[in-house]
Design a protein around this ligand. Structure first.
Ligand code: DX5
Ligand code: ZN
Length: 215
């Protein structure tokens, strides 16, 4: 699956870019929320997500890069999020947070920074619908892909299989047509791509190309 990241959209033409995703073969709209504390950047907030949700026709995949994400679970459920991912590094009581996300009717996601070992999810993996594995340090689009990600995907895939979990593996950061196939072969189910899609001449075609490579 392919999840274009709206972080790379033209915010002066947000409706146009959301509709581009609607009219493409993409699977999810990836929405990056940054608070300037958990990550050294502020992206956009609730009014902008409201505007995205108004036009989006595909599932909203929300990636919270914020401290103490429990404060906003209800808000994002009301905004219409399908998936809500919180960072492992931002949660003191991850299991409780996952239950709270599900209680609001959303799929529960956990995002992992590049330095965070996948074995830390051993005791919660069966409660996680999607792991958003960061293949760059979160905070900015357009960074280059960290090669160690392949080993992490393989290890996570093995953990999911060993535990009999149904968790999807999503890769976020530096995804291009150069690494999409290798990511899929390593075990990725969903590829997030921002700058590669939005900086291309024909984003709908680029989404299709990624889809053809990675499915
Ligand atoms: C980074 C965000 C990503 C970002 C990906 O912190 O979580 O979703 O938008 O952008 P690219 O594809 O440009 O690396
Ligand atoms: Zn993201």
């Amino acid at each position: 699956m392919i999840a274009p990241s709206l972080l790379a959209a033209d915010f002066g033409n947000l409706q146009r870019d959301v509709e581009m995703i609607n009219n493409s073969n993409a699977d999810w709209h990836h929405i990056d929320i940054m608070d300037g504390v958990f990550v050294p950047n502020i992206s956009y907030g609730i009014p902008v997500v409201k505007a995205i949700a108004k036009y989006a026709t595909k599932p909203l995949d929300v990636h919270l890069m914020i401290v103490d994400p429990d404060r906003y679970i209800k808000t994002f459920a009301e905004l219409g999020a399908t998936n809500l991912s919180v960072h492992y590094e931002a949660c003191t009581h991850l299991h409780r947070t996952l239950q709270a996300i599900k209680a609001e009717g959303m799929k529960a996601g956990v995002a992992l920074n590049p330095h965070t070992n996948i074995m830390l999810l051993e005791d919660t993996i069966k409660d996680i619908d999607v792991v958003c594995m960061m293949s760059v340090n979160p905070g900015f689009g357009g960074q280059s892909f960290i090669e160690n990600t392949y080993d992490k995907i393989r290890a996570l895939k093995a953990l999911i299989e060993r535990k009999g979990a149904k968790t999807l593996i999503e890769i976020d950061g530096g995804v291009t047509d150069k690494n999409a196939k290798a990511l899929k072969d390593a075990g990725a189910d969903v590829l997030v791509a921002g700058s590669f899609i939005f900086n291309s001449k024909d984003p709908v075609k680029t989404i299709q190309e990624l889809k053809d490579i990675a499915g």
